[in-house]
Design a protein around this ligand. Sequence first.
Ligand code: UDX
Length: 449
Amino acid sequence: MSEKHKISVIGVGYVGLCTAVGFATKGYLVVSSDVDPEKVAKIKEGIPPFHEPRLTEMLKAAIQKGKLKCLINQTEAAVLETDVTYIAVGTPSKPDGSIDLQYIEAVSRDIGKALKKSSNYHIVVIKSTVVPGTAQNTVKTILENTSQKKCGEDFGLCVNPEFLRQGSAFEDTFNADRVVIGSFDKKSGDVIEEVYRGFYSPKVPPIIRTGLATAELIKYASNAILATKISFINTIANLCDKIPGADVKLVATAMGLDKRIGPLFLDAGLGYGGSCFPKDVKALIACSKALGYEPRLLESVEEVNHEQPLKAVELCKKLLGGLEGKRIALLGLAFKPNTDDMREARVVPIVCELLREGAIVVAYDPVAVNMAKSLLKDTILYASSVVECLNNADGCIVVTEWDEFRKLTPNDFRKYMKQPVLVDGRRIYDPAEFGKKLKFAAIGLGKGL
Ligand code: UDX
């Protein structure tokens, strides 16, 4: 193999595109392929199909330098041009919460067809999040059957989960906390380890070598503990709501100073959304149950998260004495700041509940309005600025903690709203300051409402 491997990436969704652009930026030749022609057309023009800070400039540079190609549904061609193939297709949930492996299976068949034609040793790396046993039982079996070749001899197989956060994907791509490499055969694990040693040099993060199933589980366990921390602090927040004078923010700050607990992922709010936590917790629950183990802790984590967004509506209703006919302004639509991703966004159950209560909903988000329109359609009104959103509103709920909203003062709310009623769903405002000038409530702030 050449010193710098040629890399193919199959599936250029969030994970695949960040992986492809990351390798191309580091000077690797990358050939990607995706079944969606519209997505590919955009990428070829240097336009990422989603909002991610810094991605546009790096994608454009990679394409201009000829380091990144993107093909329409040509997995075989991409594999045959390269010597390492990353699988980065989606692994959505089935209606029962279990993982849907149809895209993994389809892509494994196409890779297998290419391996049959190739005479080189090729390494297949699974980047998609897959439940323990998938690499061994599904991907390896399909690759061997389709290629008529032997895993560990004619080709290698690894699991290399990603831990990228949306909105900070580039920081995470180039400064990973750790690299996990699960391999079927030692040879392929060694090659992928070398790839990452080169990629991160001179600041190589800890590299953890495991078998396939352990690597698969590390990804789920990592997301599940973070989701657990969030549901835990939201449980404490809901308790604070019942205790006049209690404030979850101070509880979390003090807890976080204990090194064993740590300060991160203890922000109480409306719960977790996004493309990973909800799906991965559900898949881990389904996988545990299928193996005959009842994961009670994880079931509770999910349950708490399911109810959490409704707390903001409850607080708003209490402050206004009812929501019927009231105009409610929502600040933020995306599942978190710095992204336009609306998957499992907390705003969706909030909107449903507000509409059920008879409210008129108007929302503003700095980047997610278009994405939201395709999801929420014309059930709500969309504003093109904070001022337009707050104008004449009876109540306001902060749904996403964009920096733009952090800068608002109590006077901004007083100036534009019909009634100065504010619910801070993300704890971005100082209750002492906002509580004095507004009818103010916040998640985890015990006011005895
Ligand atoms: C997550 C993981 O962090 C990442 O490692 C994995 O690869 C993919 O899933 P992401 O979905 O981008 O990344 O978002 P993250 O920043 O982890 O936040 C997830 C959700 O939890 C958001 O809705 C966020 O608002 C919420 N959250 C996060 C809280 O409610 N409180 C917190 O303290 C932290």
